[in-house]
Design a protein around this ligand. Structure first.
Ligand code: NAI
Ligand SMILES: N[C@@H](CC=O)C(=O)O
Length: 363
């Protein structure tokens, strides 16, 4: 029997879910473009239209090369978050991103963010604030760009015991090391190319010194091991000291240099998280991860070994993950529920250890 819908239900379906976008750089520009271009499909998937109500920026006069209504742009992000149901934060960095997210929660809005730096530094404050407000905080795009990785760790593997997460989680450094390896390009030239392609952070120091990978490793370890690991607890070594001679020496030994993130759980329940360059044999699957691609291996007791691979950086790939979160959060709004956005309460001791292990074949 087909149920007749009441006029209220029908008109509810037409009420847009209001989206505020904070930041209109590489990721924000791609999110705004896809959100408007795919509006009809997204509305069908959510059950209600998603309406972009404003874009918080620092400058109004900048030509962003985007086909968007100029009236959407505002300098007043504080006001913008108060008139949204869902806020997408793609400004990056700690402040004002944190204050704006907290303000959004206070006003009852859910948040989707790609900001791994903030989550790794102060995630627990944000998770607690989202909980207190009864809203969602989703951040799939924060680790490994387009690759669906956090949701499988948090949901699909929730019944298993993850013992290790290992891989390449920074596209910029992988691009740089790959260019140095395959073309003999210098370090600076390769970094500039990665910046031009939209892979690097606003300050590429975060990439080349390993801060970005350390933040991602902290988020991965927190989800994988049901604990709380901050970026400061991660042993970190970047690629600035990897010279053309190191890359050539690795080549001569049948190896390639990669920046690895390694999260391990020891027998006694301790957790070790580290980021450092390592030489890996050219026959290893990670050696074939080229350009700005990312690849992550997850080992779990019952599942065994799983591999996740895809584009880890760039506007459209990252926007894909942001929009996936946006649809999930919007569906909760329509259904009246909340999703499992925040990590669960820690169940494993939060003691961490880190080793300085710049090993050959450590993968
Ligand atoms: N670019 C990438 O491949 C990826 C980036 N991310 C994350 O996404 C976020 C954004 O990254 P991108 O778009 O690459 O950076 P971006 O530097 O291209 O864009 C950030 C934008 O925010 C603007 N902004 C800064 N302060 C602001 C403020 N107070 N109010 C409004 N706008 C402000 C900047 O002017 C800039 O246009 C960061 O958290 C980054 O870590 C995550 C995954 C991949
Ligand atoms: N700068 C980051 C962007 C994605 O997180 C990277 O290069 O991986």
């Amino acid at each position: 029997m087909i149920k007749e819908q009441s006029p209220t239900m029908e008109s509810d379906k037409q009420t847009p879910i209001r989206i505020a976008l904070l930041g209109c750089g590489v990721v924000g520009g791609a999110v705004a473009t896809l959100l408007t271009a795919n509006a009809a499909d997204l509305a069908a998937r959510v059950g209600r239209p998603l309406q972009l109500v404003g874009i918080g920026v620092r400058r109004l006069d900048r030509d962003r090369g985007l086909d968007l209504d100029p009236a959407l742009f505002t300098l007043d992000s504080e006001e913008l978050v108060t008139r949204a149901d869902i806020v997408v934060e793609v400004i990056g960095g700690i402040e004002p991103a944190r204050s704006l997210i907290l303000r959004a929660f206070e006003h009852g809005a859910s948040v989707v963010t790609a900001n791994k730096a903030l989550l790794a530094e102060d995630g627990p404050t944000l998770y607690a604030a989202a909980d207190a407000a009864g809203v969602d905080l989703y951040y799939e795009a924060a680790v490994a760009g387009a690759i669906p990785l956090l949701r499988p760790l948090r949901e699909s593997l929730a019944g298993d015991d993850v013992t290790k997460v290992l891989g390449i989680v920074n596209g910029t450094t992988n691009y740089v090391l790959d260019k140095m390896d395959s073309t003999g390009a210098g370090f600076t030239e390769a970094v500039e190319a990665a910046q031009a392609l939209g892979y690097a952070e606003a300050d590429p120091t975060a990439d080349v010194e390993g801060f970005d990978a350390a933040a991602k490793a902290a988020i991965l370890a927190s989800l994988a091991f049901h604990t709380r690991v901050s970026a400061q607890q991660v042993y970190r070594e970047g690629i600035t000291e990897v010279s053309a001679a190191d890359v050539q020496a690795a080549k001569d030994m049948g190896c390639v240099v990669k920046l690895l993130a390694i999260c391990e759980r020891s027998e006694d329940g301790g957790v070790g998280v580290r980021v450092h360059p390592a030489m890996i044999p050219r026959t290893h699957p990670l050696a074939g991860v080229r350009e700005a691609f990312n690849a992550v291996f997850v080992e779990a007791d019952a599942a065994g070994e799983l591999m996740f691979y895809g584009r880890g950086a760039g506007g459209n790939p990252t926007a894909s993950a942001v929009l996936g979160d946006l649809v999930a959060v919007a569906r909760h709004r329509v259904g009246g529920g909340r999703g499992p956005g925040s990590p669960p309460t820690p169940t494993c001791p939060s003691s961490t250890w880190a080793t300085r292990a710049r090993a050959t074949s450590s993968a």
